[in-house]
Design a protein around this ligand. Structure first.
Ligand SMILES: Cc1cc2nc3c(=O)[nH]c(=O)nc-3n(C[C@H](O)[C@H](O)[C@H](O)COP(=O)(O)OP(=O)(O)OC[C@H]3O[C@@H](n4cnc5c(N)ncnc54)[C@H](O)[C@@H]3O)c2cc1C
Length: 458
């Protein structure tokens, strides 16, 4: 069976939702990354698990590659259909299927965005905490990349918050993994296998999620430092003291200046900054804040500047989420390469100050920003519109990743592997562990049709 036969057969049950027009294929030819785009042969806008199962069975029989698509916000070439085939767009699967206030969990279709979910939960007293910097991303995409965000230091990542899944396998079989209980010791943990698998093992169609109670008290603050080193040492000390911060984000002086200009932040100077948030009872929030402020003072931090009312607080966190756009506004005409590395917390100062030296030596502009409470940080390398611009950016990225790996870290804390990080995987995991991963891939996708060209170099 050829790709044309598959398209014709799929059109019989998808109708107009199986698109082959150039505009839609171009839109699905890349994510938010700098990998070369490749057009899929067709894009299928699916609405049910059963439609996906029929489509995958067809593609499996005809050896046609498939690429799952949530919102296309991933940053490492994850959604580029390098071997063409059919991109399966789940963005119309937006039903919140069930919310249990008593059990503090919910079940959603994979195309629900994190913003849609929290809007749905608005009056329930519950919220879903995992918050990547773009509100457009889908819960399915977030599961597939094992995403996290500013709240992960307190509430965990998709790894901790996805309790169970419905998955369509490469040959069209439908399975359910995990469940609704807080723990279980029955069999292999398939939920954790699919979370972070980047569409290379199956397509996630429904997710059972853990929810959290909206805290009684929340307060946010900023603190500025004379040097980046002082800001990072403050983070390390706060984590080592075990203060349960809900969010602790670092912005170097370049990022702070960019965010002041882009997000109209008041009362901040172009200095290294930490943004904090504390959750709990009024008394525990006050206690946590006092301890954190004392530690910051010990590293010459200025007094905390509080964002007290909800509007001010959300302006602060929106500014943090808009960091990428603030950077791009610094140099119109430049692209952004977003790096992502993570180290054990004790190595954070070494890795970040090393990255700052690398950036200086490269002659590129690359603000540093990060979820530092987890030991995770990003640089947003602004790529000059010159023939070797991208090459220079990727070289800088490699240096930063190499240092993180040498310090016992990982080449990605949250963005995943896609195409961009494949070359580092063997260094990070070792050849034998990579062979085991390949064996898993071979067992679940023997024809190599599920999002080919991702995670593995060949
Ligand atoms: C401005 C900006 C800020 C960001 N900040 C963060 C951040 O703070 N933290 C973070 O973790 N990430 C961040 N990201 C990256 C991105 O938002 C995440 O990787 C997100 O999880 C991708 O979701 P998506 O729905 O867009 O997935 P897509 O980009 O559509 O897909 C991502 C991968 O998952 C696969 N996939 C998608 N849906 C499914 C499914 N249902 N079943 C199986 N596989 C599937 C795709 O094939 C692909 O491999 C940011 C991106 C941008 C543009």
């Amino acid at each position: 069976m050829s790709i044309d036969t598959v398209i014709e057969a799929a059109r019989a049950f998808l109708g107009e939702r199986l698109a082959t027009n150039t505009a839609l294929r171009e839109h699905h030819s890349h994510g938010q990354d700098t990998q070369p785009p490749v057009l899929p042969d067709a894009v299928a806008f699916v609405e049910t698990t059963e439609e996906i199962a029929r489509l995958l069975a067809l593609c499996h029989a005809a050896h046609v590659p498939v690429v799952p698509w949530g919102a296309g916000t991933s940053l490492e070439g994850h959604v580029t259909p390098v071997r063409g085939g059919i991109t399966i767009d789940l963005s119309r699967m937006t039903a919140v299927l069930d919310v249990s206030q008593a059990d503090m969990d919910c079940r959603v279709q994979a195309g629900v965005t994190r913003e849609q979910l929290n809007t749905h939960l608005r009056d329930s007293g519950l919220f879903f905490p995992v918050d990547p910097g773009t509100s457009a991303c889908t819960i399915g995409g977030m599961c597939a990349t094992r995403a996290s965000g500013t709240n992960a230091v307190r509430y965990g990542t998709m790894r901790e918050n996805a309790m169970g899944l419905t998955v369509v396998m490469a040959d069209g079989r439908i399975i359910r993994t995990g469940g609704r209980v807080r723990k279980s010791s029955t069999g292999y943990d398939l939920t954790r296998l699919f979370v972070g698998s980047e569409g290379t093992l199956g397509i996630i169609t429904e997710i059972q999620l853990r929810l959290h109670g909206i805290p009684e008290a929340m307060s946010s603050a900023t603190c500025q430092f004379a040097t980046l080193g002082d800001a990072v040492e403050t983070v390390i000390a706060i984590m080592q003291m075990g203060i349960p911060v809900a969010r602790m984000e670092l912005l170097d002086e370049v990022q702070t200046a960019a965010s002041i200009a882009y997000s109209k932040l008041e009362g901040l100077e172009a200095l290294p900054s930490l943004f904090f948030e504390f959750h709990g009872t009024a008394a525990s929030v006050a206690e946590q804040a006092k301890q954190a402020e004392e530690i910051a003072t010990g590293f010459d931090g200025r007094a905390f500047r509080w964002a007290t009312d909800p509007a001010e607080r959300s302006k602060l966190w929106q500014a943090r989420h808009d960091a990428l756009w603030a950077c791009l506004a610094l140099k119109p005409g430049h692209q952004g390469v977003v790096t992502d590395a993570i180290v054990p917390i004790s190595k954070l100062a070494e890795v970040i100050l090393g990255a700052q030296q690398d950036i200086l030596a490269s002659g590129l502009t690359a603000p540093i920003v990060g979820h530092v409470g987890d030991g995770n940080f990003h640089t947003i390398i602004l790529v000059p519109p010159e023939p070797d611009g991208l090459q220079r950016a990727w070289e800088l990225d490699k240096k930063i990743v190499a240092r993180a790996l040498a310090l016992g870290g990982s080449c990605s804390g949250e963005h995943g592997v896609g195409i961009g990080k494949r070359e580092f995987l063997e260094t990070e995991h070792g050849a034998d562990a990579m062979a085991v991963m390949r064996a898993v891939k071979q067992a679940l996708d023997p024809r190599g049709l599920m999002n080919p060209g991702k995670i593995f170099l060949n």
